[in-house]
Design a protein around this ligand. Structure first.
Ligand SMILES: CC(C)(COP(=O)(O)OP(=O)(O)OC[C@H]1O[C@@H](n2cnc3c(N)ncnc32)[C@H](O)[C@@H]1OP(=O)(O)O)[C@@H](O)C(=O)NCCC(=O)NCCS
Length: 170
């Protein structure tokens, strides 16, 4: 008897619209890393996750928002959350609210692919530009955005006072 050798062919990851029922748990699980990376000192809480879940659900029902996930054979492994917003001076801007690629898929160009999907959707919807907020210490994310054509437009500047117990003049 000869054993039939079956060639293992891993399907490439796919980008598709988020499904609330099947993808919610994975998308929520990503948020601990997203927020702890971008807001040093942040600690995930049940109430934060509950609020986030409610926002996700609302976004999935809105024409002004779009959430895509990346899926490979092991499951959902990435996310991009897009929103059409107005600013004080611009009637329509494509805003990236969240992007995530699971560690097992990083460095393969999936963030770039998700950002290209964002470009397509924003342009289809008439946006003259896209925007996002990034944390300077998150070098990998900043590099990703620079490579995708984003440039810094505003700086958020901070000044640290040291001990918060010391009140000036006291
Ligand atoms: C930021 C993040 C989305 C990047 O995902 P990724 O799939 O690894 O990124 P890509 O493979 O598409 O790489 C895009 C660019 O990032 C840069 N990059 C990739 N790997 C890198 C690394 N190890 N170190 C530094 N930069 C790197 C490169 O410039 C690359 O461009 P190139 O392909 O022309 O070389 C991912 O690291 C992540 O999910 N981080 C945690 C969540 C997070 O911080 N999200 C951002 C919220 S603002």
């Amino acid at each position: 008897m000869f054993a039939v050798q079956q060639e293992e062919t891993a399907l490439p990851p796919q980008i598709r619209a988020m499904n609330w029922r099947t993808d919610r748990a994975a998308v929520l699980a990503f948020q601990k890393e997203v927020y702890e990376t971008n807001f040093p000192g942040f600690r995930m809480t049940v109430s934060f996750l509950r609020d986030y879940e409610a926002q996700l659900r609302q976004a999935l029902r809105s024409q002004m928002e779009r959430i895509l996930v990346l899926e490979d054979e092991e499951g959902v492994c990435g996310l991009i959350w897009l929103s059409l917003i107005t600013t004080m001076v611009e009637p329509l801007v494509g805003y990236i609210k969240n992007i995530y690629v699971a560690p097992r898929r990083r460095g393969e160009g999936w963030a770039r692919a998700l950002l290209e999907e964002a470009d397509r959707w924003f342009q289809q919807n008439g946006c003259p530009k896209a925007a996002l907020d990034a944390t300077i210490s998150n070098e990998r994310a900043v590099q990703t955005y620079l490579r995708a054509g984003y440039v810094p437009a505003r700086y958020r500047m901070e000044k640290h006072y040291g001990s918060t117990n010391q009140i000036a003049g006291a």
